[in-house]
Design a binder for this molecule. Structure first.
Ligand code: BES
Ligand code: MN
Ligand code: ZN
Length: 525
């Protein structure tokens, strides 16, 4: 699908031939209504004014008015949608409502007019276009009788005063890779476990190595055993599907630049193991690799954007199954770090695969390590589907992730890591147990992971509530690809800023030296 962003006003946009035109109408539009008593209207602005006046349309967020083959627009279908206060949130709600309303039509070319939302930010324009792509997404991989997405083009228009030329260019360069990355993550999240085995996940990762600056290694049991990943191996041992340990590298900067490491939980199916989960909704445990999918999606986006940074992706992938070979409650395993772990609940498997990947991450001398995992049901209870849980002892890292989440509309919320929360992890038979009590289960899980992260700045994102939707709209959301991508891109611009300021200080020093240098030539003469 082609995504485009242009600066153009409503009158001009209404003359563009397309299958569907969506016009976002904010509250402010209603306040500056052109007064006209005429029954007939000559343009779209007047038509909107009249519809508002006569009560057929409202600017309240998400309110819709559909018009077919209107004389006021070159589009086949025109959809007016209320955009409320014009905030990023309102814009997202409005776009989702309007795009959903035309999803069943045969519209191929869609234009979304944001020009009436004056002073719109680049972030809001990005959110709108990605939201439209999201609302038009159709999962097709394992269906034979499904019509694929009909939309082929989405063009978003913004007021020419809102974004300057360089903002337009930067936004245009971002939107398509971001969408492709999100959809890569959604695709792998949605695939049933028999179509997304650890081996297939490895092959999906391998497919990314065709892009510039990306290389991928996929390790099997032999190599993982050699590395001493006893904890990871203990989770995989109950399954007939062989485990995979996936290592992705994106090298956009000099080798000397320390990489950011992303670690994604890749449990391709979580039955709970011997501590078996109840049957209702167990199918949803195919989403237990959404952390891994978000890492793959982020790499897919990096491939398209090519920022000057270094990123490593690590994915421990396996199934968590009960069987005669499965790990049992009470078993003690030795992790790659050397620390021993008593497995008191085989359903707390995510942390057992992540801990070895976190130890493996040390070899990259990373600037930071961020793990992403559908780790606990407790996080779903605490934060629901709105915000991912964020844990970090490092304020700078936490704040940067919070900021990236807010600006991209893929938000998270910081949770505590006080040492007292870790007390329940004590074991009589190993260095630690893999579970504590029921209280604050999302925090105790993070405390477990923290024991493996002493040598670098670390953050953990619990995406159990945000990575997929349940019920009629069941499916992967592609989160938190945007959060991660924005965090990484901010690193690039911060790095550029620091290089500029380092360069400036260097220049100042040189200037000082030159100024203070004794005038040799004068002495000579
Ligand atoms: N994959 C689950 C977490 C999960 C549960 C995500 C429900 C979304 C919805 C994880 O492996 C798990 O089973 N966690 C247990 C931990 C418990 C045994 C300490 C949980 O949350 O119940
Ligand atoms: Mn589990
Ligand atoms: Zn799990």
């Amino acid at each position: 699908m082609e995504l485009k962003l242009i600066a153009q006003d409503l009158t001009q946009t209404s003359k563009t031939a397309c299958d569907a035109l969506i016009v976002l109408v904010p509250e402010l539009f209603a306040q500056s209504l052109p007064v006209s008593k005429a029954k007939t209207t000559s343009n779209l602005t007047e038509l909107i004014s009249q519809a508002l006046k006569e009560g057929d349309f409202e600017t309240k967020t998400g309110k819709l008015l559909q018009i077919y083959r209107s004389n006021h627009a070159a589009a086949t279908r025109t959809v007016l949608v209320g955009a409320g206060d014009g905030s990023v949130k309102s814009i997202k709600t409005a776009v989702t409502a309007a795009v959903s309303s035309i999803k069943a039509t045969s519209a191929k070319k869609l234009v979304i007019c944001l020009s009436e939302v004056k002073q719109i930010s680049a972030e809001a324009a990005k959110a709108a276009i990605l939201c439209a792509a999201d609302a038009s997404y159709v999962y097709t991989s394992t269906k034979t009788k499904v019509e694929p997405r009909k939309l082929t083009n989405i063009t978003v228009t913004v007021d020419s005063q809102a974004l300057n030329a360089s903002e337009l260019i930067a936004t245009q360069a971002y939107i398509t890779p971001a969408m492709t990355g999100i959809e890569f993550a959604k695709e792998w999240g949605n695939r049933p476990a028999n179509h997304a085995t650890p081996d297939l996940l490895g092959k999906a990762a391998k497919s990314l190595s065709k892009y510039k600056n990306i290389s991928v290694d996929v390790l099997g049991l032999k190599e993982v055993a050699k590395l001493g990943m006893g904890s990871f191996m203990s989770v995989a041992q109950g399954s007939d599907q062989p485990l995979r340990f996936i290592v992705l590298k994106y090298n956009g900067a000099a080798k000397t630049v320390a990489p950011t490491v992303l670690v994604g939980k890749g449990i391709t199916f979580d039955t709970g193991g011997i501590s078996l989960k109840p049957a209702p909704e167990m199918d949803e445990m195919k989403f237990d690799m959404c952390g891994a999918a978000s890492v793959l999606g982020t790499f897919r986006a990096l491939a398209g954007i090519q920022p000057k940074i270094n990123v490593v992706g690590l994915i421990p992938a396996c199934e968590n199954m009960p069987s005669g070979k499965a790990v049992k409650p009470g078993d003690v395993v030795t992790s790659m770090s050397g620390q021993t772990i008593e497995n008191l609940n085989t359903d707390a498997e995510g942390r057992l695969v992540l801990c070895d990947a976190l130890t493996y991450a040390e070899r990259f001398k990373p600037a930071a390590v961020i793990d992403i995992a559908t780790l606990t049901g407790a996080c779903v209870i605490a934060l629901g589907a709105v915000r991912s849980g964020l844990f970090s002892a490092n304020d700078d890292l936490a704040n940067a992730l919070l900021k990236a989440g807010e600006s991209s509309g893929d938000p998270c919320w910081r949770m505590p890591l006080d040492d007292e929360y870790g007390e329940g992890l004590k074991s009589n038979f190993a260095d630690m147990a893999n579970v504590a009590g029921r209280a604050a289960g999302l925090v105790t899980a993070a405390k477990f992971l923290q024991k493996f992260t002493a040598s670098y700045p670390w953050a953990h994102l619990d995406i159990a509530g945000t990575a997929w939707k349940s019920g009629a709209v069941k499916g992967s959301t592609g989160r938190p690809v945007l959060l991660l991508l924005n965090y990484l891109l901010n690193l690039e611009s911060n790095h550029a800023l620091t290089s500029v300021s380092i360069a400036k200080t260097a220049i100042k020093k040189v200037v000082k030296k030159v100024v203070n240098r004794p005038a040799k030539t004068a002495v000579k003469a």
